[in-house]
Design a protein around this ligand. Sequence first.
Ligand code: MD5
Ligand code: FE
Length: 203
Amino acid sequence: WLERLSPGAALLHRRVCEIDAALLAEVEAVLRQAPPRGMQTPGGRAMSVATTSCGAYGWVSDARGYRYAERDPGSGQPWPAMPALLRALAEEAAAEAGFPGFAPDACLINCYAPGAKMSLHQDKDERDFGAPIVSVSLGLPAIFLFGGLSRAERAGRIELRHGDVLVWGGADRMRFHGVLPVADGMHPLLGRRRINLTFRKAR
Ligand code: MD5
Ligand code: FE
């Protein structure tokens, strides 16, 4: 079911549970071709999340900064293509939330082991803030922090569970957000992992 969090933000509860195994098969194929790696922040700190991408562009971070790149810095090869089911799901979820015509060119895959987290930040490395962002959660649950348009605003908390899809568009696209450290556990399909897929229009 669709829960509207704000005019531009919707949580599609359990949206992908019925197709989770097929989506995961596509994700695992990408992970084999482009293994996830811990990135460094421009400030030199190690991120606890392991990251890879598929699609025309992938998100990378190192001492030079955050950016979208056409190649996987690990292999020097172009990123794997965005698999068909993943792309279709992202387009459908965006339309259901009120953003028809979404055409993602980047899918960032964040792999969280127990204890991994993501600090409060804004997504602003994309060229066009008019396009929404679609986020799909698989595996272990996590507490998602959803803040305001300034860092100082107190963040709300929502639990993201396996199969949940979040869509952020309009003004809500620029909210500060993060993920609290993932609690240890065992998911029947994913094991001791949380995987988040983030579909964006990077260019
Ligand atoms: C995650 N990933 O669970 C989250 C899901 C990232 C990241 O934050 O940058 O890789 S994406 C949640 C999101 C994206 C864009 C805007 C907003 C939330 N928002 O305005 O709250 O690994
Ligand atoms: Fe983000």
